[in-house]
Design a protein around this ligand. Structure first.
Ligand SMILES: *Cc1c(COP(=O)(O)O)cnc(C)c1O
Length: 365
């Protein structure tokens, strides 16, 4: 039976990227040696690193004054790398979910940390709107897509200070005006690859500015972004052994994004998928969406059974499972259901879920 993969991360990847990776694991670049066994200093690999970086630059139109780094440790490691590199005295955070909260917690070790607004009062079902960003802070940190709650900041905000964004779960889903950000980072495993590689896009002139801080000054070598910045073409994010496998899959995934027409095209496709699913949630009397309508994410769609049908939750789960739906259980902190409809999830996949919801309604109402 065909499976429809709505996992939140790691998650569905383009078929083509998987196929070409399988081939490379057998024989990388015609060398007769597999991807997992080559040296990361072979010229073929240096080319993959360069192409991957150039694909990022091209797809997101990243200006030359930004470094593009591929690191280990996941987005969670960036929660402390960000303040280690950027926080001299004070940082400001927007608390739109537990990932954002975890990020702010790490900053507290480095200096004064202000949470300017939080939507914790309503279990993060909306994005706070009216708040003041302190202009004396070193940066303002946001989480553009809140994977667990299905809310999203779908535009590039104007910010009076350096804006830093965790874009783990909506990167490459829409065009981004990179110039509005001091830094963008995220784990690859939601839209651009498998787990194991973390992308960091950072404006070069912001690095090396930690002067008067007591803690972690100087910055440990591996934590300092300057360590990973490429001084020469053959040294892109290769201070130490890069996560070769994860970067290769990311390379193949980005090639697919480019082939699909780039981020503008992805955004059109994603918007249509999200509309299709939200329309059904709003129409179907058995389900209700949990996120505030204007803040609904186009990547993670969260919904629960309507009050009248609360006792049908397990039944719908089984019904969906029988039809090949995978990964639609909501995060334990929210309950209900969550369909993650990342780039590699197709309109047909979404329509299969919609059909499943319609059939369940017809059978149970
Ligand atoms: C998944 C996720 C994280 C955590 O990423 P790891 O790579 O597992 O550390 C952080 N932020 C957001 C928004 C996420 O969706």
């Amino acid at each position: 039976m065909k499976k429809y993969n709505f996992n939140a991360g790691p998650c569905v990847l383009p078929k083509e990227a998987i196929e070409s990776t399988i081939e490379a694991i057998r024989d990388f670049d015609g060398t007769g040696i597999g991807l997992l066994e080559i040296s990361h200093r072979t010229p073929g690999w240096e080319r993959v690193m360069k192409e991957t970086r150039d694909l990022w630059r091209e797809l997101l139109n990243i200006p030359e004054e930004y470094e593009i780094l591929f690191l280990g440790g996941g987005a969670s490691t960036q929660f402390f790398h960000v303040p280690a590199n950027m926080l001299n005295k004070k940082a400001a955070y927007l608390q739109t979910g537990v990932w954002a909260k975890k990020a702010a917690k790490e900053a507290k070790n480095f200096g004064e940390t202000v949470v300017v607004a939080s939507s914790e009062d309503k279990n993060y079902t909306y994005i706070p709107k009216n708040y003041t960003i302190p202009t004396d802070a070193d940066y303002f940190h946001i989480t553009t897509n809140n994977t667990i709650y299905g809310t999203e900041i779908k535009y590039d905000m104007d910010c009076p200070i350096n804006l830093i964004a965790d874009m783990s779960s909506d990167i490459m889903s829409r065009p981004v005006d990179v110039k509005k950000y001091a830094m963008i980072y995220g784990g690859a495993q939601k839209n651009v690859g498998p787990a194991g590689v973390t992308f960091v896009i950072v404006r070069k002139d912001l690095l090396g500015k930690i002067t008067d801080r007591q803690y972690m000054n100087p910055i440990p070598t591996m934590v300092d972004y300057r360590t990973h910045a490429a001084e020469e073409e053959r040294n892109i994010s290769m201070f130490n052994t890069p996560p070769v496998f994860a970067i290769f899959v990311m390379h193949e995934t980005l090639k697919w994004v480019k082939k699909m027409g780039g981020v503008e095209a992805m955004n059109k496709i994603n918007t249509k998928k999200a509309e299709t699913l939200y329309n059904e949630i709003d129409r179907n009397s058995m389900f209700v969406g949990t996120a505030e309508k204007e803040d609904r994410s186009i990547m993670n769609v969260c919904f629960v059974m309507a009050d009248k049908y609360k006792d049908k939750e397990a039944a719908f789960m089984d019904f969906a499972k029988e039809r090949g739906m995978v990964g639609i259980k909501g995060h334990r902190s929210v309950g209900g259901f969550r369909a993650s409809i990342y780039n590699a999830c197709s309109q047909e996949d979404v329509e299969a879920l919609v059909k499943c919801m319609q059939d369940f309604e017809a059978a149970n109402k």
